[in-house]
Design a protein around this ligand. Structure first.
Ligand code: 5RP
Length: 223
């Protein structure tokens, strides 16, 4: 199976977690795009969605799903999103699509986080994938130095020759060279550095379930 087919497989499998009559939290990325395509088949049985990015909102609107502001709804039953890495406890690195802050907000508002990914994303420990960190631009140089002090090499993510600007109007640092043995402690520490909007380690908002696409079908991991 191609990676695209594996993504479609888990996107379809995630439908079983969507609660009819309710609002579903929707993440961002190529795997989530497959979930949104699958969601079209049950769009008339849900109230709508809370979206984690302008890109996903556009796709949800295109299939006729109403998108609510997170402030206008209460707790969500389920949030469906992809990951860049997931460890054996369900901690994740996210933010490859630069949507980490809104993703963490919607995840925090949801009772269950259903992670959908192909099996290449399952790792023994987080950190081979450079950790995305959304930062306020005036703090960039100091945050780069703080990561260097812990052995990380942080680079500003670029797009079309200029720093990428997130949906929140901020920048992204991608931090390579970290091996994150204690994701909860790492997330708590980096999140309190002045100028950090969100660190892309999801340990406090870890997955409840992971649907992994494998050549022999969907493997379900629960945490
Ligand atoms: C976006 C994300 C994505 O969920 C993550 O990058 C995985 O993306 P993909 O499904 O395209 O591999 O965190 O900010």
């Amino acid at each position: 199976m191609t990676q695209d087919e594996l993504k479609a497989l888990v996107g379809q499998a995630a439908l079983q977690y969507v609660v009819p009559g309710e609002i579903v939290g929707v993440g961002t990325g190529s795997t989530v795009n497959k979930f949104i395509e699958a969601l079209a088949s049950m769009k008339d049985r849900i109230r709508g969605a809370v979206s984690s990015s302008l890109a996903s909102t556009e796709r949800l609107h295109a299939i006729g799903v109403p998108v609510f502001d997170a402030n206008d709804v209460g707790e969500l039953a389920v949030y469906v999103d992809g990951a860049d890495e997931i460890d054996p406890k369900g901690h994740m690195i996210k933010g490859g699509g630069a949507a980490l802050t809104r993703e963490k907000i919607v995840a925090a508002q949801s009772r269950q986080f259903v992670c959908i990914a192909d099996e290449s994303k399952l790792v023994p420990a987080l950190g081979a994938f450079p950790v995305p960190v959304e930062v306020i631009p005036m703090a960039t140089a100091r945050i780069v130095r703080q990561f260097a002090a812990m052995g990380g090499q942080a680079r500003v993510r670029m797009k079309d020759g200029a720093p990428l600007v997130t949906d929140n109007g901020q920048h992204i640092l991608d931090v390579a060279g970290l091996r994150i043995e204690h994701p909860l402690a790492f997330e708590s520490e980096v999140n309190q550095w002045p100028g950090v909007v969100t660190v892309g380690v999801f340990a406090h908002q870890k997955a409840s379930v992971c649907l992994l696409g494998t050549s022999s079908g969907v493997r379900t991991l629960t945490y």
